[in-house]
Design a protein around this ligand. Sequence first.
Ligand code: SF4
Ligand code: SF4
Length: 341
Amino acid sequence: MGYVISRTGFESVIEKLGQQYRLYAPVRKVGEGRYTDVDVVRYDFVTKFDEIELEAKSDYAFKELLTPLSQTLFFFTENEVKEADFDDRDVIIFLRSCDMHAVKRLDAIYLENKFADPFYERIRKRVKFALIGCAHSYEDCFCVDMGTNRTTEGYLFSIDVAGDEIKSDVACPDVAALFEAADAKAEEVVPAYVTENEVRVTVPEKVPNEIYKHGMWDEYTARCINCGRCNFVCPTCTCYTMQDVFYTDNGKVGERRRVGASCMVDGYTNVAGGGQYRRTNGERMRFKVLHKVYDFRKRFGYDMCVGCGRCDMVCPEYISFANCINKLNDAVNELEGGASK
Ligand code: SF4
Ligand code: SF4
């Protein structure tokens, strides 16, 4: 069912939802961007409709709400272990279509990858979504070619601002009751979605083994500074590492934390004996790119990258992931045509 509702009416819907759920949405942080006087848009707790940034795309993804950057799993003493408490209140996260598709990737990794991760599962069970319609594409988006530009299910309601009114496709009967109590007008609503992006990518269907030694990766050894920013803004990067933090000098009391990790930074592939699987930044880029647009698909049947373009927005070296996918496709065509670099 769909509704058209006044801004005031929608504000009252949000206020009522806020009494039942913790609401998280993109919020503009004025002056908190990476340069002086630059804003940043990132996810934060909201209680009012006008706190939600609906025009700009968020610089950082929502994923820390499902996979915290630092999460205490349990506490230990000499002879006891206690699982960490967690906040079990229900949550609604406001997401655009590409990020709704990113949730599917997170679920695949944490719930369908041989066994369900209990720490992810207990958070995920508490989380529902509201869809932010995309009336237009943003600078670095390539969602259309990644097939993530449209979402038709998995949300409680959608939001599209149309002048002084809000249009919502409402899937949840309880939320529909809130719209009706706020004098919303029933009308069929299709959430806005983009049908073309300026950035286009062609993802190769198959990748021959020769790609692992291809010269295309040398460019990234020269340009990438292995800062890992691309991983931390990506809604589908899921890697983590473990840290034991000891409270006392004797090292018998402490906590185990799971913290975010990046396949681009030093140390990620270190192994005992001083070994390191991927030393150059080009090798790390190769691993990341093939994981996003090939290896994940071999396992789950669809690509991991959702084309949100955040990694392109954040890279200090102006490395474009979209260009990298296209260069990969060119290299694959060249290899399949018999030529090799
Ligand atoms: S790889 Fe880049 S474009 Fe793809 S989902 Fe991650 S941040 Fe978005
Ligand atoms: S953000 Fe750019 S420079 Fe930093 S690790 Fe990623 S590709 Fe390399």
